[in-house]
Design a protein around this ligand. Structure first.
Ligand code: MSP
Length: 509
């Protein structure tokens, strides 16, 4: 069974923004890591296209909802292509097969007695597509826009019947990460789960509820099932059991903290009701701000992914967001810090290490030097590398991308320090020390190679370039490539080029 791993399905009310890029880069990193470990990953992303928010956005743009969705979802697909995202599936909830899957799922839930009619009264945020626990009807705390009063008869999902099962599920170690988010959900659940409405009566832009004329599905009920529809392969029929057999349960949903309840409470309960395994784990990451301020169009301080990409490429932003912000915490994007980290870590520590070591190896040994002993597992850099390999592997596994980055970088720093200590540029002048220099340079190049391998999930382009410069074949697996001594003595080295140009940005990104 594959390792099914998902991003949220992004609303198509607007073009991709930096928040969607952030989640997607993180999941891409994890997907690449798991593939390198030999797992067969199904990396799902896509777009959430129904609901009132989308209907209104299309009306305002003067186009049909379908035209609007086609246009924006194409922008998402394009964005992921430009950023080199390695997803396996791109699901759109307007896909005709999805409609069938949602309806089949609903029939299972209804058959289990979990659907009742009820009166839904309350304050609704269209931007969140969610009722808020707000007695007064002020503004939505997230979108700062007025809530709207709703009073309608529709279909409810009997979430309250699943209280005990959800309590048991969320107390499972690792089901909700990080821990602080688990506690948030525990408190919410301890307050008592209430049934919630899953249909709308005056919303044409939605999937019709079978057997209930005039009702369309509440957008979240429909959207969460996108994770299942996405598992269908190209020629599969629109059949829920077929989709499930392809890769359910999801091993991990990665989402932002604002949509944690939907994933950690509502969705698992829906699955249980339909007789399906709930997802195995949910990771709720934090929110990005910009120079200390919430990002928003009205504030004019959003970071446009397209602009970032055209000005500095994907590597700097991947490095900055995943190295500097602990995944799970909120993070603040600061341009100066981005420049400093990218230039210090990537251009200097890793880039210069590679550049100068390759140059020395070419000049004195005409390629990769041949050390006297190989593999020399007692070499101080070999020992340091073994520690880094073990630690980095565990960090990726735990989505601790910042720590994976830091430990890989530390290995590069150790290799630099080793060069300074052994000063091969002086030693080479003494003919009897030539063998020692060969051993030292080999070790430094090998440490550099391992840095490249360790960074492959996080910085795929930089890693591929680094390995090419060392004359290594493209990476196929993780464990084989991580053993000390992979560089072939005597193999040629081409003239090196900088791994990353130093970033200079005069204007704000
Ligand atoms: N359509 C729903 C998800 C349905 S999943 C079956 C949705 N879409 S969204 O486009 O509004 O948000 C997608 C993700 O982007 C959310 O996880 C949200 O947390 C994330 N982000 C939106 N703004 C963000 C930041 N400023 N920073 C980090 N992530 C943010 O919700």
């Amino acid at each position: 069974m594959g390792f099914t791993l998902t991003t949220p399905l992004y609303y198509v009310n607007d073009r991709p923004h930096i928040g969607s890029v952030y989640t997607t880069l993180a999941v891409d990193t994890l997907a690449r890591y798991r593939r390198l470990r030999g797992e067969s990953v199904i990396f799902v992303t896509g777009c959430d296209e129904h609901g009132q928010k989308i209907q209104r956005t299309a009306e305002q743009a003067g186009v049909t909802p379908q035209q609007h969705c086609d246009r924006i979802s194409a922008l998402f697909a394009d964005t992921w292509r430009q950023w080199g995202i390695s997803h396996d599936r791109f699901i759109r909830t307007t896909d005709p097969r999805h409609r069938a899957i949602v309806q089949q799922f609903f029939e299972r839930v209804e058959a289990s007695g979990d659907i009742i009619e009820g009166q839904q009264r309350g304050w609704y945020c269209v931007a969140c597509e969610e009722y808020k626990d707000d007695p007064g009807g002020g503004d939505c705390p997230i979108h700062l826009r007025p809530l709207e009063w709703r009073d309608e008869t529709n279909l409810f999902f009997r979430l309250s019947r699943h209280q005990a099962a959800i309590e048991a599920l969320i107390s499972r170690p690792g089901f909700i990460r990080p821990d602080a988010r688990r506690r948030e959900v525990e408190n919410f659940v301890a307050g008592g789960l209430r049934d919630f409405s899953i249909s709308r009566v005056q919303l044409p832009w939605g999937i019709p509820v079978p057997g209930h004329d005039g009702h369309t599905f509440y957008v979240w009920f429909d959207a969460l099932l996108g994770y299942v529809t996405a598992l269908l392969e190209a020629d599969d029929p629109a059949d829920l059991s077929v989709a499930l057999a392809r890769g359910w349960p999801a091993r991990l949903h990665v989402i932002g903290k604002d949509i944690l309840r939907f994933h950690a409470v509502y969705w698992p309960a829906m699955c249980l009701s339909a007789g399906i395994d709930p997802p195995e784990a949910v990771f709720g990451h934090g929110f990005l701000t910009r120079e200390g301020q919430k990002m928003g169009k009205s504030l004019g301080n959003t970071l446009d992914p397209e602009r970032v990409l055209s000005r500095c490429g994907s590597t700097p932003l991947r490095w900055y967001l995943l190295r500097d912000i602990r995944f799970g915490d909120d993070g603040d994007i600061q341009q100066q810090r981005l420049l400093d980290l990218v230039n210090n870590d990537l251009a200097n520590t890793i880039g210069n290490l590679l550049n100068r070591t390759i140059a020395m190896a070419r000049r004195w040994f005409d390629g990769v030097p041949s050390p006297a002993a190989l593999p020399d597992l007692d070499h101080p850099l070999a020992r340091q590398a073994a520690r880094a390999v073990e630690a980095v592997d565990g960090h990726y596994d735990q989505l601790a991308f910042d720590r994976a980055a830091a430990d890989a970088l530390e290995l590069a720093a150790a290799a630099n320090a080793y060069l300074s200590e052994t000063a091969p540029w002086t030693a080479i002048k003494t003919p009897e020390r030539r063998d020692a220099v060969a051993g030292d340079l080999y070790a430094v190049l090998e440490a550099g190679r391992l840095v490249g391998v360790l960074l492959a999930p996080l910085l795929p382009d930089l890693s591929a370039d680094l390995l090419v410069q060392l004359g290594c074949p493209p990476l196929e697996g993780w464990s084989g490539a991580l053993a000390w001594g992979g560089l072939v003595p005597g193999s040629p080295l081409a003239e090196p080029h900088p791994l990353l140009q130093r970033l200079e940005l005069e204007e704000p990104l």
